[in-house]
Design a protein around this ligand. Structure first.
Ligand code: AMP
Length: 399
């Protein structure tokens, strides 16, 4: 079975074509600058990547080109679109109604349109991707996989914000949680690595990338997570502030005359590692500057570490125990210094890592960094949201 996974951003469209029998990626790529020019990078194993500059007016045009490339004699991996058995779409937000991965139907699309106001950045491009597929490959089953689904069973006292209840009832303001596909994937991988049923495990998964979130997983189910109504809540991120005192927003608007949009840009695009360090949103650059003695870079890293530690501590309290901690995504998978600092002085909670193993970890595979005799297992597990989406798509398409 061949499954095409699509991840549409506001001006991008990432794709991967999987052969599910061999779990192989046959081709993958990224269309960028959609609507403002356009580029495509198209990759196949053991072949030079193709880079094209062309006019990609919208997501439909980009998808058309992707399908042509996948089927082309020169750069293709299939003979015709009919070889694609199903398409899986990464959809950030499923709102309150779409609690599980779903076949894309008229009613799914209609519902997703109604929740665009609470998902303004990711909703429209995801919808554009789905509509383009319906038009270009109407015979092929499509599945939407939501980042929020993993959190659909968290309890109300963890998802309701303590503001007037009408805002939940009428405006659907609540914690939704994001990165769920990644947290779901790495927690399942961890259980496999430990050779234990996930139902018996209490896990804290740390997805640390440009966007970061931490999730408490009890028996395979997420019980709490750091991101909330939007991916803005939680720990410090590349350019996002994470949680801040909410009165900072009206205070800035009143005293500086900023508009709501301007303050949103500040907390979303100019804060986090970038805002504190004044150097970069990229953890590598901030680390380098901190090592060279830049105080604000050092501070940005300390804020990040402290935020991760506080979340781990509070989730141990919520889980009433802990079997394992997982690090994943760009920073979690690659940056041993961040992992070392997070796990330092956590022995009270049973978290102790082998510093040598952590430093000499192998990239791209699940890697155990637990210290000998530690009560809690600590692992680095590469995330693979696209593969998880492909698995869900296969399951639903086969029904
Ligand atoms: P992501 O959003 O998951 O792609 O992660 C992006 C973040 O991962 C950036 O802050 C990068 O600095 C960080 N990152 C990626 N590769 C490395 C690496 N080799 N070493 C340290 N950090 C890395």
């Amino acid at each position: 079975m061949k499954i095409l996974v699509l991840n549409a951003g506001s001006s991008s469209l990432k794709y991967q074509l999987f052969n599910m029998e061999s779990s192989e990626v046959l081709a993958k790529g990224n269309c960028e600058r959609i609507g403002a020019g356009g580029t495509i990078t198209h990759k196949r194993p053991n072949a030079d990547p193709l880079f094209e500059e062309l006019n990609l007016e919208n997501h439909g045009v980009a998808l058309e080109r992707v399908l042509a490339l996948l089927c082309s004699d020169e750069y293709g991996v299939i003979k015709s679109i009919s070889e694609i058995d199903a398409v899986g779409h990464r959809v950030a937000h499923g709102g309150e109604q779409l609690k599980e991965s779903s076949i894309v139907t008229e009613s799914v699309i209609k519902y997703l349109e109604t929740i665009v106001p609470i998902n303004p950045l990711h909703g429209p491009p995801a919808l554009a991707g789905m509509k383009a597929c319906l038009e270009l490959m109407p015979e092929v089953k499509q599945v939407a996989v939501f980042d929020t689904s993993f959190y659909s069973e968290i309890e109300d006292f963890r998802y309701i914000y303590p503001i007037p209840y009408e805002f939940y009832e009428n405006d659907k303001i609540r914690r939704y949680g994001f990165h769920g596909t990644s947290h779901r994937y790495v927690s399942a991988q961890l259980a496999k690595c430990l050779g234990k049923p996930i139902e018996e495990l209490k896990i804290i998964t740390c997805h640390l990338g440009n966007g970061s979130s931490i999730t408490a997983v009890d028996g395979g189910k997420a019980i709490d997570t750091s991101m909330g109504f939007s991916p803005q809540e939680g720990i410090e991120m590349g350019t996002r502030s994470g949680s801040i005192d909410p009165t900072i927003v009206p205070y800035l608007m009143k005293t500086k005359g900023y508009t709501a949009q301007e303050v949103e840009d500040i907390i979303n695009k100019k804060s986090g590692l970038l805002g504190v360090s004044g150097i970069s949103n990229d953890c590598r650059n901030v680390n380098e500057a901190a090592e060279a003695g830049n105080k604000r870079a050092e501070l940005a890293i300390k804020i990040l570490i402290n935020g991760i530690k506080k979340h781990i501590g509070s989730y141990v309290a919520e889980l009433n125990g802990l079997d394992a901690v997982v690090f994943t995504a760009g920073i979690g998978e690659n940056d041993w210094t961040i992992r070392e600092k997070v796990c330092d002085n956590m022995d009270y909670l049973g978290i102790e890592i082998d510093k040598e193993k952590n430093k000499n970890f192998k990239r791209g595979i699940p890697f155990d960094i637990t210290a000998k005799g530690a009560k809690v297992a600590t692992w680095v597990i590469p995330t693979d949201e696209e593969y998880m989406i492909a698995i869900d798509t296969q399951r639903l398409a086969n029904k």
